[in-house]
Design a protein around this ligand. Structure first.
Ligand SMILES: CC(C)(COP(=O)(O)OP(=O)(O)OC[C@H]1O[C@@H](n2cnc3c(N)ncnc32)[C@H](O)[C@@H]1OP(=O)(O)O)[C@@H](O)C(=O)NCCC(=O)NCCS
Length: 148
């Protein structure tokens, strides 16, 4: 299987929403993703030729700070490095744009994602109580690019 990480285009909209729903919110259409796909700054997808199997959405917070707002890989394609490829591409782009720091929030229960972020150098900076609508706390994680 050949996986190409490429820029998101509007023709990917439906598939990205599908992946988002499968990963986060199977019952409801994700309003957040509509907003991200409209206002996200750099969005990449993992393309295996006949379909999209993952995406990552970034945002510019200001000139020196960027953010990873969402990342997901289709269930049957997880564990084969696609999440890591997507994150690396997103980080590379934010670096090229002169960002010195990248942040994200992750559920305290989401060990898989935390492992991925830690592998790439993100560190837990603080816990944000009740961050998610179901009351779960988030870890606020930061990757400092000026240290690299
Ligand atoms: C988090 C997610 C994007 C990771 O994507 P993936 O393609 O499965 O991850 P990769 O195969 O690239 O793995 C990269 C690293 O993640 C961690 N990881 C991946 N799967 C893991 C598992 N089952 N258990 C523990 N750690 C795991 C490891 O650190 C791994 O590195 P390693 O292979 O050297 O051990 C994917 O699991 C996903 O879509 N989850 C649902 C949505 C989600 O939680 N998004 C993040 C919200 S903040």
């Amino acid at each position: 299987m050949q996986v190409i990480i490429r820029e998101y285009s509007t023709k990917d909209f439906k598939e990205v929403l599908e992946i988002d729903r499968e990963a986060f919110n199977p019952r409801n259409p994700s309003f957040d993703m509509y907003v991200y796909l409209t206002y996200g700054n750099d969005i990449f997808v993992a393309d295996i030729g006949n379909k999209i199997v993952g995406y990552v959405v970034t945002m510019d917070l200001d000139q020196i700070r960027g953010k990873i707002v969402s990342i997901a890989v289709r269930k049957e394609f997880r564990g084969s490095g696609i999440g890591e490829y997507l994150m690396k591409r997103a980080i590379e782009r934010l670096k090229e744009k002169g960002k010195k720091e990248i942040s994200l929030e992750v559920r305290v229960s989401n060990n898989v994602a935390q492992n991925l972020y830690e592998k790439l150098g993100f560190k837990i900076v603080e816990t944000i109580p009740n961050y998610y609508s179901d009351g779960e706390d988030a870890y606020y994680m930061v990757l400092s690019l000026s240290e690299q």
